[in-house]
Write a protein that binds this ligand. Structure first.
Ligand code: SF4
Length: 353
């Protein structure tokens, strides 16, 4: 059974750290049949409930027993900011007073939630506001899952439709919290959980090569995005220190491995930074990089954050850059930033609603 005291409070353990087998053991310890464990499991992961009182088909005594030993370490929404473009940012306080954020992005045909995997981040990407907040800890599977539930409920309340897409692109590097992220995603996509389509989920990594290989070995069905931002080793090292231990050559090999095993076309995220990575030479280097496997490219305009040494490339530069890539038969989208006025755009999550 899970004993990490990060996910305990007082003497109580977060019930969402238990798998079904462990839950069955607990329930049988109270002389209750195994189907009761299944019912509790369903309340937690299929109906997304985060308290014992709401488990209405569970006998009172069992609910009392469970609540004496277990707890739900829930998210407490402490702030909400709404952008003029409809984007909503939620700031959550966690049971140990740490903070995390998620963002809801509506568009004509979809509502996307961008959720976090850690509190802060230690990877230190130079263009990212989150990098200014040291990682305090990994989020538990329950905390990651609950961001989805909170976003989904808000999506229905605000936009009259449930979430259509999920991206793991908020605070933190998901592949450095592999087990909890995969556990949460499994509950989101499983028929015994929320039954959300994996094709509508994208996990974004700064390029943790061991994690990409692990995803391939686990034969994941969701999409993978790589925050590339430069196909040139030196420039990427300058922007993303993670490149020092995950070189571009290693990254290429990991992506090839991932594609071979899963058949999935990866997406490259590329922030357009004025005079840093936006020249014709950089575009050619990027096109060369893209030859390794089928891919898609998102060119993203930069959002000035707290450490504003960078500027976004001019619109005409972004178009020129995309034309060079398209001339090499690559699929390119230019992404407009959403939620800039509430610091909810890419790279702006810094716990300040
Ligand atoms: S861009 Fe992502 S990986 Fe890099 S510092 Fe920000 S949150 Fe961490």
């Amino acid at each position: 059974m899970f004993t990490d005291d990060t996910y305990m409070t007082g003497q109580k353990t977060d019930i969402r750290t238990l798998n079904l087998k462990e839950l069955e053991q607990v329930v049988s310890g109270y002389n209750q049949p195994a189907f009761r464990a299944k019912q509790v499991f369903e309340w937690i992961w299929k109906k997304g409930i985060n308290n014992f009182e709401g488990m209405t088909n569970i006998p009172d005594q069992l609910r009392k027993n469970l609540s004496e030993k277990f707890i739900f370490l829930t998210l407490d929404e402490i702030n909400r900011a709404e952008s003029t473009d409809g984007t909503i940012k939620l700031l959550f306080s966690l049971h140990d007073d740490k903070k995390t954020e998620c963002v809801l992005i509506p568009s004509e045909d979809r509502v996307t939630a961008c959720i976090s995997s850690q509190t802060g981040c230690n990877l230190g990407c130079k263009f990212c506001s989150t990098a200014g907040i040291k990682k305090a800890r990994d989020l538990s599977a329950g905390e990651i899952f609950e961001q989805f539930i909170a976003s989904d409920n808000l999506s229905v309340a605000k936009f009259g439709r449930p979430l259509s897409n999920l991206v793991l692109m908020g605070m933190g590097e998901p592949l450095l919290n592999y087990e909890n992220v995969m556990n949460a995603v499994e509950k989101i996509i499983s028929p015994t959980g929320l039954n959300f389509s994996p094709q509508r989920i994208t996990l974004s990594t700064a390029g943790i090569t061991a994690g990409i290989r692990k995803l391939a070995d686990d034969d994941v069905k969701f999409n993978l995005a790589i925050s590339l931002h430069a196909a040139n080793e030196k420039i990427r090292q300058g922007l993303m220190p993670v490149t020092n231990s995950n070189t571009i050559e290693d990254l290429k090999k990991a992506i090839i491995y991932f594609h071979k095993k899963t058949g999935t076309r990866v997406t490259y995220e590329y922030l357009m930074l004025k005079d840093i990575n936006d020249s014709a030479v950089h575009a050619s280097e990027f096109a060369e990089f893209c030859k390794i496997t089928p891919c898609k490219i998102n060119l993203i305009e930069y959002n000035p954050g707290d450490f504003d040494v960078f500027k976004s490339s001019a619109p005409e530069t972004i178009i020129r850059f995309s034309e060079i890539l398209k001339s090499k038969n690559l699929i390119v989208n230019i992404r407009k930033s959403r939620g800039k006025d509430i610091s909810a755009a890419c790279g702006q999550l810094a716990n300040k609603c």
